[in-house]
Ligand binder design. Structure first.
Ligand code: FES
Length: 113
């Protein structure tokens, strides 16, 4: 657990919602998808909206500004106008506490041509 940073309590993140946290200088959105927790960059790769402020549709975070969709478990962008993925972070839940490893598990990339 030494690389992990406590970000908050699991019950602060409602089911099928995300919540943004500052973790080691990064803004990271933690999502609760039916009791499984995931973390991605909170900042949309298009024009920097907070993804956690937008809705969740299935496994997709929907950007509240222009509607790009990001697959929460993989960070992959799935619809325009954003063309770059977001980073993914490892999450652990110990009891009621949520921990995030601020070293990205998946680095950002571009998937649209
Ligand atoms: S800021 Fe997210 S799609 Fe434009």
């Amino acid at each position: 657990m030494s690389d992990y940073v406590r970000v908050g309590r699991a019950d602060e993140i409602p089911n099928n919602r995300g919540k943004a946290f500052e973790v080691a200088g990064r803004r990271i959105a933690v999502y609760n998808l039916n009791g499984s927790f995931y973390a991605i960059d909170d900042t949309c790769t298009h024009e920097e909206a907070s993804l956690a402020a937008g809705p969740v549709m299935g496994e997709m975070a929907v950007c509240p500004r222009h509607g790009s969709r990001f697959h929460i478990p993989t960070g992959q962008v799935r619809s325009l106008p954003a063309v770059h993925n977001v980073a993914v972070y490892e999450v652990r839940v110990e009891g009621d506490e949520v921990y995030v490893n601020p070293t990205p598990k998946v680095r950002t990339g571009r998937i649209h041509g």
